[in-house]
Design a protein around this ligand. Structure first.
Ligand code: PTJ
Length: 248
């Protein structure tokens, strides 16, 4: 999937690139049609945030990096939108924090899982989980509950970008540390997250990776101090203030 020619000088370059990638994802069978609607919802919030990473989101990305570096078994969950928007960046993050990548879909079909696994391999991923589906998230309906037993089911820290609220809540109930990337601070996923990052996935993922590289030599004590100092409610309130006032 190649990007169309959009001059980088175009004032809406990032937004146009994002739309193109989602469209191409639908054409390639990796993104669901509902993914187009989800992207539109996200864009509206991004516009209100000034299409930039606000300071509270940058801090949350640093906390996410610390939490991933402390984890015993971190897993990055990938859906059809994430696969289309930032496959290379997901693989770089997984490398930086030694995490597994698992395809986990809201509108689950075996064909789409297979297509996404292929797509991630084309972008350089070695192992991608999600096809075994021998584990379950308790409390949600059958298809959406399917996960790999040696992947999301046994993870202690999960990155769930653009997650639906039900499943985000169910993963939290399993006792996992949940890192949610969602442009809407009022969405249920962001509200139930251990670490909500209110930012565009296209900016948030490389930002977590940059923080992880920066924190690579930090001690466990230092990493734990970063995680302990984080206040999720305050991060969400800061994002809401930024949306309402136009600055943070
Ligand atoms: O590929 P599948 O089948 O797993 O389906 C994926 C989607 C995203 C279609 C599915 O999970 C879904 O319907 O999600 P929702 O309930 O529409 O929620 C998507 C959330 O992601 C919304 O709160 C949006 O604001 C947010 N969002 C959309 N685009 C972005 C985003 N957040 C960060 N970056 C984005 N680019």
């Amino acid at each position: 999937m190649s990007d169309i020619e959009i001059p980088e000088s175009h004032p809406r370059y990032q937004s146009l690139l994002t739309r193109h990638r989602i469209e191409a994802g639908v054409e390639k069978g990796i993104t669901s049609k509902q993914g187009l609607i989800a992207q539109g919802r996200g864009e509206a919030f991004d516009y209100l945030l000034g299409e930039q990473t606000i300071p509270s989101a940058d801090e949350a990305a640093r906390v996410a990096a610390a939490s991933l570096l402390l984890a015993d078994h971190p897993v990055i969950s990938v859906n059809g939108n994430v696969a289309a928007l930032c496959p290379k960046e997901i693989i770089e993050l997984a490398d930086a924090v030694d995490a597994d990548i698992e395809v986990n879909l809201f509108n689950r079909t075996e064909e789409r899982i297979q297509a996404i696994v292929e797509h991630l391999r084309e972008h350089g991923a070695d192992e991608v989980k999600g096809l075994t589906a021998d584990g379950r998230i308790p409390g949600i309906d059958h298809e959406r509950a399917k996960v790999d037993a040696d992947g999301i089911e046994s993870a202690d820290v999960v990155v769930v970008p653009l997650e639906d609220g039900d499943r985000a809540e169910a993963l939290g109930a399993m006792g996992k540390t949940e890192i949610v990337v969602d442009l809407n601070p009022m969405s249920r996923s962001a509200q139930v997250a251990t670490i909500p990052i209110v930012d565009n996935i296209m900016r948030a993922v490389p930002n977590i990776t940059a923080h992880a590289r920066d924190l690579k030599d930090a001690s466990r004590d230092e990493l734990e101090a970063i995680v302990d100092a984080f206040d999720a409610d305050e991060a969400l309130a800061a994002a809401e203030r930024a949306i309402r006032s136009g600055d943070e």
